[in-house]
Design a binder for this molecule. Structure first.
Ligand SMILES: Cc1cc2nc3c(=O)[nH]c(=O)nc-3n(C[C@H](O)[C@H](O)[C@H](O)COP(=O)(O)O)c2cc1C
Length: 383
């Protein structure tokens, strides 16, 4: 863990006082069990990992580090995924302070999935085994990342959707390399592009994946070519799920609030939802979704004071993970997303973006979020 300094605070394992779910809810357990449906309150089984709610916090490169995952869990997310890691990176990792956080798994983190990307089946197999030894409960393969120049030469991530033979070999080697009780899952786009050939290749990979023991897939309803442009095609997710009645499939894309998660479950028939951008600066999305799944009203939006408490808690985890020197830079992208929900929105976003030191960061928090302060007087906008 990072250097502990003057700003470090205790990282208690208690859920945030305003976080869901309520105490009587089941926690995630491991052990074989069939998926069940009770109204909208479905459980979700990813192999032997049984989740009390059909939702995961998605892998989010640059975001879903341990602090973000811990916050998601404190607000009820039953399962979270790490940022994607390249197989070479994992294989080269040594026990060094600067990189230790990538593979650190604490008791409160379970169940947690590690996501791997690469083009070398044997390298991926070795990396997957190493991640299981680190304590990850699930290994997820990334066949979804949209091509970048460098990746284009390497054919990894979403480009593997154009190379079904390699994709299937990767699945086979990784499945063989990890213990039988550790679920293997695959994240993929609905296709490389909209061509019939792309659809055919998608199905070759998906059918082979389930034949070879993959426990679940997550499908992002955009193509690789689409990157993040345009809507995620939920109709495509529905069609895919209809062809997979006996297999577990989660849907991804445009899940920016609890209501859209519920809509995807109902409209597409997927077994679970993978919350990605909707969880950045917004751990409340899990509490809200659980309430809706239980037929309760959506909880009130967090007050400014509650936002401050949650940001402080998240920052404490960031300090513990990266140390005082790196904390503000690491947390900036989260701070600005949290700040978007402040009544003075863009003004607070700009203030956090300018913060360089922890003193600056806490000064912004004090200026805009202090309980004793009437935030709407700060700029006089009255919003
Ligand atoms: C900043 C960012 C980083 C992402 N990193 C990953 C990743 O590491 N692994 C992965 O499978 N998907 C990754 N994704 C894709 C998301 O998991 C998700 O499939 C996509 O954002 C669509 O969902 P959304 O529209 O609800 O955000 C990333 C997306 C974004 C925006």
């Amino acid at each position: 863990m990072g250097t502990r300094g003057a700003f470090d605070v205790s990282l208690g394992k208690q859920p945030h006082p305003t976080a869901g779910p309520p105490a009587d809810l089941p926690v995630a357990v491991t052990g074989r069990c069939e998926p069940s449906v009770a109204g909208d309150r479905r459980t979700l089984s990813i192999g032997g990992v049984v989740l009390p709610f059909p939702v995961q916090q998605a892998a989010l490169s640059g975001y879903s580090d341990r602090p973000m995952r811990v916050m998601a869990r404190r607000f009820g997310a039953p399962y979270t995924l790490c940022e994607v890691m390249l197989e070479q990176f994992v294989r080269s990792l040594r026990d060094r302070r600067r990189t230790r956080h990538f593979t650190f798994v604490a008791d409160e983190d379970h169940p947690v999935g590690a996501q791997l990307m690469g083009d070398d089946p044997q390298g991926l197999a070795v990396a997957a085994r190493k991640l299981v030894e680190c304590g990850f409960d699930v290994i997820d393969l990334n066949f979804a990342c949209p091509a970048k120049k460098k990746a284009a030469r390497r054919c990894r991530g979403g480009l593997l959707l154009t190379q079904p033979d390699t994709a299937v070999e990767i699945i086979e080697r990784v499945r063989d390399a990890i213990p039988a009780d550790v679920p293997l899952t695959v994240k993929l786009r609905r296709g490389y592009d909209d061509s019939a050939q792309s659809e055919d290749r998608f199905w070759r990979i998906v059918e082979a994946a389930f034949d070879r023991g993959v426990a679940a897939i997550t499908v992002h309803g955009r193509t690789v070519v689409q990157r993040y442009e345009g809507p995620s095609c939920w109709e495509a997710l529905k069609r895919i799920k209809q062809r997979l009645p006996d297999h577990v499939m989660l849907g991804s894309g445009d899940l920016l609030d609890a209501e859209s998660c519920l809509r995807m479950l109902r409209d597409t028939g997927v077994d679970g939802v993978s919350v990605a951008r909707g969880a950045i600066g917004n751990p409340w999305i899990f509490r809200d979704l659980i309430a809706l799944l239980q037929g309760r009203p959506r909880p009130a939006k967090p007050s400014v004071e509650e936002q401050a408490d949650v940001m402080r808690e998240h920052m404490a985890l960031v300090i513990a993970t990266y140390g005082v020197q790196r904390a503000v830079a690491e947390f900036r992208k989260h701070s600005v997303r949290y700040a978007e929900r402040h009544p003075l929105g863009s003004e607070v976003v700009r203030a956090f973006a300018r913060a360089r030191t922890l003193e600056d960061w806490y000064a912004v928090l004090g200026r805009y979020y202090a309980v004793s302060r009437r935030w709407y007087v700060v700029s006089g906008s009255g919003r």
